[in-house]
Ligand binder design. Structure first.
Ligand code: CTP
Length: 695
């Protein structure tokens, strides 16, 4: 285990997401790490120190002096002791204090004393997160070398929806492992780097060149190689030794040669970093013989060289990353952004000649890294340190790609579920059993191997199972409502799209603390695990349908079998007779041949529609419009099916958003009509689609 024996300080601050700290501690401890929790006073309002000390097996620290013994809780010692510090959740206030060094609590003093890498996982409301003050503070932390785990988008405690949700603990743990404990996202990745100047030959003894030393590109190549990447370094004429033995170096002289070498290598690469100072022009004629001085004036006609970055940008496939450099003298950020767009780069490293100590011949550099999300400015550093920052940004983006770029061919996808148990309806009863049940359910859903595929943590499907306990009796029997929902990522973005959302009422089951939750497909004994297995298979199947046309059939069949075989569990919710929108009917509808257009729609909607929409809004939206046509077809095939209506319910908000910004009037009208026909109860929303065209 990579984290075995590692010492981690976990800082917990006062956010509603503090409850996630419990799971984070558990996961870290499970990985073999020793966890020392430091919490702010305010965090105690959200989660008790007792919970965290029980889970970590160590007293939680929050005061400068121990109230029992009076001993000093030394933040200095903690700073030396730790292998890493994670602040999760990090509130806007703590982030601000960290950025400006306001050391008025043990957490911030520990941070200021920390010698180990620091990871910050913000959690706050979307407007607070987006506020320039928070963003500036996060940039400051980045410039200190701290790693920020961007919050995810989704429903927030405020009931608003947007960016601000703390990243899920299991993702934080896997990022931690990748960043700090030797499993860099770059390991085994093929990276192309161009470096140095190009020389454009005039005659056998003269050329047009520039002052680029190649140091920046060589430092990046070195850093990538150190992190286990398979590096190809295409170097212009420089006087530098290959910095790492594993680097494959191709020496070139001219822009044309660099172009050919880079194009050939990029094909099989995961990323390219283009740091070379490529000459934009070359002499139109290159003389074979030395040009003699014959007249007072001489003109050399120049012709354009290919733009290597732009060429690679046009070749770039999904899953490949392209990084450029921009050296600017004026309107630096604006010019760099133009290059980012024009050359189809994922991020660009800007250095301005106006900055002292930055640029060509020196060993230092001062850069701003700009991507589609924003810009981060770093202080003046050695080129080696700048290389580390650039490579850290590259690995972060590669990791994000891994997290969001689920395989196109259907492969292993299992569940990354959050389980919530809401016991407010049975207040006054002893709810201790539910605390244990929540953990048991989480474990059951997330650790059960639902498919025979090999899967990675990042491939898991995000889903929530919320149980609202309606009644409970002492013999351990419950009735509850289960709200289940699943999402899948929209590739290339941080957004996710709802795959399925359903409310299942009146589930009866019984549970005594520490009962084993077991599931046997051939012998359904327990209503609770059968219900969970049913939804798990359904979610996996629907997700696979969205990854490849009808790709989820096997898993949807499993869900259907459970629904067919579960009658003897004596729960009315399984059988069609009781209601036409119970779980039995939902899966039966979905698997009915008449619903094929709806199942095919899942693929077109997500893979071809949403996934391309962020690149090409018009094209993506047109696919979605076709999908609404397919929805109508499914509806007409089977007008009484509940699943078509259900689809309109969980896609309601997304559809309104898609068409609110753009779309032709006819298109909007057609979509509004279909959706209103299928689900007239949501006509207010559908009218928003149509009306938006008359703005
Ligand atoms: N670049 C390239 N091939 C070229 C020119 C530039 O690959 N023929 C790459 C550089 O390696 C760098 C990025 O493009 O990563 C930007 O280089 P820069 O010279 O600043 O951009 P140009 O497009 O040449 O713009 P200009 O010189 O007009 O500022």
């Amino acid at each position: 285990m990579q984290m075995q024996g590692k010492k981690i300080v976990l800082g917990v601050t006062g956010s509603i997401a503090a409850y996630k700290a419990a799971l984070l501690v558990r996961l870290l401890v499970k990985e073999g790490a020793t966890v020392q929790v430091v919490m702010t006073e305010c965090a105690k309002e959200f989660i008790t120190p007792l919970t965290l000390s029980t889970l970590s097996g160590r007293p939680v620290l929050s005061e400068f002096f121990s109230s029992s013994s009076g001993a000093w809780n030394s933040h200095v010692d903690l700073g030396l002791w730790a292998d890493a510090m994670i602040i999760a959740p990090a509130t806007a206030s703590t982030i601000g204090k960290m950025a400006s060094g306001v050391a008025d609590n043990l957490l911030v003093t520990t941070y200021l004393s920390m010698k180990a890498p620091v990871v910050v996982a913000p959690a706050m409301d979307l407007d607070m997160y987006a506020h320039p003050s928070t963003q500036r503070n996060l940039d400051v932390l980045r410039s200190y070398g701290n790693h920020i785990i961007e919050p995810a988008s989704g429903e927030l405690a405020s009931h608003l929806s947007g960016k601000g949700r703390m990243e899920e603990p299991c993702n934080i743990v896997s990022m931690l492992k990748d960043f700090f404990f030797g499993n860099s996202a770059l390991k085994g990745k093929k990276i192309l780097i161009t470096a140095g100047p190009t020389y454009e030959k005039i005659d056998p003894v003269r050329f047009i060149g520039n002052y680029s030393s190649g140091k920046m590109g060589f430092a990046i190549a070195d850093e990538c190689a150190k992190q286990g990447a398979d590096v190809t370094l295409v170097a212009g004429p420089v006087s530098l030794a290959t910095p790492h033995p594993s680097i494959k170096r191709i020496d070139v002289e001219s822009a044309l040669q660099m172009h050919d070498a880079a194009v050939e290598a990029f094909e099989s690469c995961d990323a390219a970093v283009l740091s070379a100072a490529v000459a934009d022009y070359r002499p139109a004629v290159q003389c074979d013989r030395k040009i003699k001085r014959t007249s007072e004036n001489m003109n050399i006609e120049l012709e354009a060289n290919p733009d290597i970055a732009a060429r690679l940008g046009s070749m770039k496939r999904d899953g490949q990353l392209l990084v450029g450099f921009a050296l600017e003298t004026n309107d630096a950020e604006q010019n760099a952004r133009l290059k980012l767009e024009k050359k189809n780069l994922d991020f660009i490293v800007l250095n301005s000649l106006a900055d002292k100590g930055a640029g060509f011949a020196v060993d230092t550099n001062k850069v701003t890294i700009i991507d589609k999300e924003g810009a981060s400015s770093y202080p003046l550093k050695s080129k080696k340190d700048v290389a580390r920052d650039v490579v850290a940004h590259l690995s972060k983006m590669l990791l994000m790609l891994l997290l969001i770029l689920l395989p196109c061919s259907v492969q292993a996808q299992e569940l990354n579920a959050t389980v919530a148990l809401n016991t407010t309806k049975i207040q006054g009863t002893n709810t201790e059993a539910f605390t244990v049940l929540k953990d048991a359910l989480t474990e059951f859903i997330n650790n059960h191997k639902w498919t025979e595929y090999d899967y990675e943590e990042y491939e898991r499907i995000a889903c929530n199972f919320t149980f609202i306990v309606d009644s409970y009796s002492d013999d351990g029997s419950f009735t509850c409502t289960l709200m289940v929902q699943a999402t899948r990522p929209v590739f290339g973005t941080t957004y996710s799209s709802m795959l399925f959302k359903y409310e299942d009422r009146g589930i009866k089951f019984s549970y005594q603390p520490y009962d084993r939750l077991e599931f046997n497909e051939d012998n359904l004994e327990n209503n609770l695990t059968a219900v969970i297995a049913f939804y798990s298979y359904m979610i996996i199947g629907m997700d696979m349908d969205s990854m490849g046309e009808l790709g989820g059939a096997d898993f949807l069949n499993k869900a259907q079998n459970i629904a067919n075989n579960a009658q003897n569990l004596g729960d009315s919710g399984w059988r069609a007779g009781s209601s036409d929108n119970n779980r039995y009917a939902v899966i039966d509808d979905y698997m009915n041949g008449a619903m094929e257009p709806l199942r095919r729609l899942m693929y077109r909607y997500h893979r071809l529609g949403l996934d391309t929409m962020f690149k090409n809004a018009d094209g993506g939206r047109k696919v979605i419009t076709e999908c609404i046509g397919m929805l109508k077809e499914a509806y007409e095939n089977r007008p009484l099916a509940y699943i078509t209506k259900l689809f309109t319910e969980y896609k309601q908000e997304e559809l309104v958003n898609i068409y609110s910004n753009e779309g032709g009037e006819d298109e909007k009208k057609a979509v509004t009509e279909i959706l209103t026909e299928i689900n007239p109860s949501l006509s207010d929303s559908w009218n928003k689609i149509q009306n938006s065209s008359f703005r």
